[in-house]
Design a protein around this ligand. Structure first.
Ligand code: BG6
Ligand code: MG
Length: 219
């Protein structure tokens, strides 16, 4: 049976995509090109430097490493200002309720996020105390779709991969869960998240009663 839930952060527990978008758009505009919400979809779940590479390719720019590091730092300073103003009202509907239900049922809880800002977001939204283990972008060397973030989470929880389920809103994250040998619930639209065991619009639609469906599909 499932004994642990591993959660992605951005887009699963909190809606930070809008803040990432505004900061990347501001950077693109400063560099002299447009960056749309449609473009922003390509950055979901992708690490900061990989996101910058995608953004620069949209603008048709090729820059050296020093300049790229400087631009990524500038973007992060803007993004950081937004997340410093976050509070618990920005936890996505159903997220806290489902985490609490998991805990009431004796399940372990871990974070598996690519973000280097995860601790700031968890602290400002009051989510930190709910987690048994927190793996973020400062603790991994390979970004999703590499399975490292989830494999490390399972190891630190002391729960084997067969008893772990990942909750993810990004294709790269679902691939990471699959490569880690774990069950996976997609949060979002079934068209883009085909590789998940099942897809729900939000954690409002999740309950521990649905966890046995994952065991069945994993056997
Ligand atoms: C992921 C987000 O969780 O974290 C991406 O979905 C983001 O959009 C990535 O680029 C890295 O985040 P940060 O906070 O380290 O720049
Ligand atoms: Mg995400």
């Amino acid at each position: 049976a499932i004994k642990a839930c591993l959660f992605d952060l951005d887009g699963v527990l909190v809606d930070t995509a809008k803040y990432h978008y505004l900061a990347w758009k501001r950077l693109a505009n400063e560099l002299g090109f447009e960056f749309t919400e449609h473009d922003n979809e390509k950055l979901k779940g992708v690490s900061r430097m990989a996101s910058l590479d995608i953004l620069l390719s949209i603008g048709g720019l090729e820059l050296d490493e020093t300049t790229k590091n400087e631009l990524a730092t500038r973007k992060n300073e803007w993004y950081f200002q937004s997340i410093m103003a976050m509070d618990q009202s920005e936890i996505l509907p159903g997220a806290l309720e489902f985490i609490q239900e998991c805990k009431d049922n004796g399940l372990k809880i871990a974070l598996g996020s690519a973000s280097k800002n995860a601790m700031t977001i968890l602290n400002n939204t009051g989510l930190t105390p709910y987690f048994d283990v927190i793996i973020d972008g400062n603790r991994t060397t390979s970004a999703k779709p590499d399975p490292e973030v989830f494999t490390l989470g399972s190891t630190e929880l002391g729960i084997p991969k067969e008893q772990c389920v990942v909750f993810e809103d990004a294709e790269a994250g679902i691939e990471a869960a699959r490569r880690a040998g774990m069950a996976c619930v997609g949060i979002g639209s079934p068209e883009t998240l085909r590789a998940a065991d099942f897809v729900i619009p939000s954690l409002q639609d999740m309950s521990v009663n649905r966890l046995p469906e994952l065991n069945a599909s994993n056997l």
